[in-house]
Write a protein that binds this ligand. Structure first.
Ligand code: ATP
Length: 245
């Protein structure tokens, strides 16, 4: 790819209680692609994402977002990022609209129309003036997505993005994230332990195990190079030496 990466991880390592949970990770993510971190429970996917958004401190290496290091220029780096880590960060006693308005005030130039546009995109227009307390898990996920995208970030990061969604919601989210990447040139980074989700949603995948990024693969190349019905599963099992997800 000719474009500059939106996100660069450079020799990133993290040790907690004498255990390396991220081990010398190097990764470039480009505009217009959906990239999936795939690995078994405990592989280090969430920890990697938490490091990128500054929820935990970076011990070794560097993370550069849009040319800004999170070590030296965190606020400019993070201004390019929208993220949902584990649960969306919502006030349940406020309405969906009030939540989005609250978030909008943290940024410049986000008007009522943009809030309503995002409510429409995530299918919440009819419920946007109800309190979040009355929302289902899937509706909260959708509101979280609207919140993460309100300021039109160039990098969207979602930890297990379809958790709690029904099949229609999973498909809508998948279609929307692919459109966001391919039509709007946003870089989307997701984590998942579900092979099928990664296979259907992502352009590239990075296989993570015990804190190491073992390999990155193009999903389309995998499918076209194999007669197998389960090319990603085959590749995953080969790369991780048969360890089951
Ligand atoms: N604050 C912490 N203190 C101690 N160990 C931690 C901490 N955070 C993460 N770990 C450990 O780091 C490893 C990676 O955890 P992480 O949550 O990043 O994995 P994951 O790939 O996201 O897994 P899952 O699919 O289960 O969410 C695990 O062994 C976990 O126990």
């Amino acid at each position: 790819m000719l474009q500059e990466p939106v996100l660069q991880l450079r020799d990133v390592s993290k040790t907690i209680d004498n255990r390396k949970i991220i081990d010398q990770m190097n990764l470039d993510i480009f505009p217009g692609e959906v990239f999936g971190l795939l690995g078994p429970n405990g592989a280090g996917k969430t920890s990697t994402i938490r490091l990128i958004v500054g929820l935990t401190s970076l011990q070794q290496g560097d993370i550069v977002i849009h040319g800004h290091s999170i070590r030296t220029d965190f606020s400019r780096a993070i201004s390019q990022v929208g993220a949902i880590i584990e649960q969306p960060d919502l006030y349940t006693y406020l309405t969906g609209y009030q939540n989005l308005l609250h978030f909008a005030r943290m940024h410049e130039n986000i008007a009522h129309d943009r809030i309503m546009e995002m409510a429409d995109i995530v299918g919440l227009t009819n419920r946007i003036h109800d309190t979040v307390r009355s929302y289902s898990l899937g509706m909260r996920q959708r509101l979280g997505l609207a919140q993460a995208l309100l300021h039109s970030p160039s990098l969207l990061i979602l930890d297990e993005p379809t958790n709690g969604l029904d099949p229609a919601g999973i498909r809508e989210t998948r279609d929307y994230l692919r459109k966001l990447a391919h039509a709007d040139n946003t870089a989307v980074l997701i984590s998942s332990h579900l092979l099928s989700e990664i296979e259907l949603m992502c352009d590239r995948v990075g296989i993570v195990q015990q804190g190491k990024l073992l390999q990155t693969l193009e999903i389309s190349e995998l499918s076209s190079a194999s007669q197998s019905k389960t090319p990603l599963e085959d590749a995953f099992l080969r790369i991780t030496s048969g360890n089951v997800i």
